[in-house]
Ligand binder design. Structure first.
Ligand code: NAP
Ligand code: ZN
Length: 351
């Protein structure tokens, strides 16, 4: 199937329209028309090869919602016309202990990323959701719950699950004291989901600019991370911190905020941690962990939770041809709080 998308052709080139093929349907495949795709900071990282493994052209996009247009002969979960969603993975081995548990993101043989990955059968590159159509095996398509606004829900597929998974892994419930570093796409979903679970939520931001927003999103407090006195006063006050900062940064200023046995989960930056000290870890028996996206079962659970609680991302809808400007704004943290591309604009000329 011929399709069109927006691709980065090199580290430095802007995203431009690019025609490519989607594979013919395999027996267990679902074909979909993409309606909306969220813009994750990971899209920007990979378009620019920040992580060093990008293979061009890169068609980003892993927060995908749409409508099923055809299904393979063996497909049982979906039919034409169903509303579906696809996140950061499109395949995994399906038989290791992690896949058996529904933790495909931790597949022993590596999951297949929605873009910038390699198809497990043909070895061909995978291309993401900044495009008109997608073909995906049915196990990696999520059912969109009735009542969840399709135009806003796309960011749940990455920002939502990436923050939901650590909240669940670390048993967040009513009264748990959760900190969220960085109020961006992931951060604002962490706030909404943690608050939805009944947690007491504190946002850690670089300035007080987002205080009113943080509270409107469900946070109880905002701490300015550069305010040394406020940070000191908040020592030992959190059970879990989710760190969404996308660039290299020190953890030392944040670790003392954790109470004894508290955990900081890194979901943002990939790479070295500067000046890491064992002191706050040792003294408070604190832990530092990390967490990659989440499994399919957990993603469905999160979508159903959001539908039941009417939790939706705060989105700014853009046209496909506004993507390069959106990337520039994302880099400056100038988005409240997630860009979503209206894919119906893909082939239309700019107004
Ligand atoms: P985003 O929308 O740009 O939000 C990041 C937030 O971090 C900003 O809003 C800002 O919050 C803070 N920040 C930005 N630059 C900073 C700096 N130089 N120093 C300190 N804080 C800074 O990005 P996102 O889409 O949420 O993604 C965040 C990171 O998570 C990215 O690196 C992305 O690749 C990664 N990610 C990981 C996974 C995973 O599986 N673990 C999944 C998706 C994304 P304030 O203005 O409030 O300070
Ligand atoms: Zn993402």
């Amino acid at each position: 199937m011929k399709t069109i998308g927006y691709a980065a052709q090199s580290t430095t080139s802007p995203l431009t329209p690019w025609e490519f093929d989607r594979r013919d349907l395999r027996g267990n495949d679902v074909a979909m028309d993409i309606l909306y795709c969220g813009v994750c900071h990971s899209d920007l990282h990979q378009a620019r090869n920040d992580w060093g493994w990008s293979s061009y052209p890169v068609v980003p996009g892993h927060e995908i919602v749409g409508v099923v247009t055809a299904v393979g002969a063996e497909v049982t979960k979906f039919k034409e016309g169903d509303h579906v969603a696809v996140g950061c993975m499109v395949d995994s081995c399906q038989h290791c202990d992690q896949c058996d548990k529904g933790e495909e993101q931790l597949c022993r043989h590596g999951n297949t990323q929605t873009y910038n990955g390699k198809d497990r059968i043909t070895g061909e590159p995978t291309y993401g959701g900044y495009s008109r159509h997608l073909v995906v095996r049915e196990e990696f398509a999520l059912r969109m719950p009735e009542g969840l606004d399709m135009a806003k829900a796309a960011p749940l597929l990455c920002a939502g699950i990436t923050t939901w998974s650590p909240l669940k892994t670390w048993g967040v419930k009513a009264g748990t004291r959760v900190g969220v570093i960085g109020l961006g796409g992931l951060g604002h979903m962490a706030v909404k989901l943690a608050a939805g679970l009944g947690a007491h939520v504190t946002v850690l931001s670089r300035s007080a600019d987002k205080e009113a927003d943080a509270k409107a999103l469900g946070a109880h407090a905002l701490l300015v991370s550069s305010d040394a006195a406020a940070m000191k006063a908040a020592a030992d006050s959190l059970d879990l911190i989710i760190d969404t900062v996308p660039v290299e940064h020190e953890l030392n200023p944040y670790l003392p905020l954790l109470d004894i046995d508290g955990t900081m989960v890194l979901v943002g930056q990939l790479g070295p941690i500067p000046n890491m000290s064992s002191l706050p870890l040792l003294l408070g028996r604190r832990r530092v962990s990390g967490s990659p996206i989440g499994g399919i079962r957990e993603t469905q659970e999160m979508l159903d939770f959001c539908a039941a609680k009417n939790i939706l991302p705060d989105v700014e809808m853009i046209r496909m041809d506004e993507i390069n400007h959106a990337f520039d704004r994302l880099e400056k943290s100038d988005v409240r709080y997630r860009f979503v591309i209206d894919m119906s604009t893909l082939e239309q000329p700019a107004a």
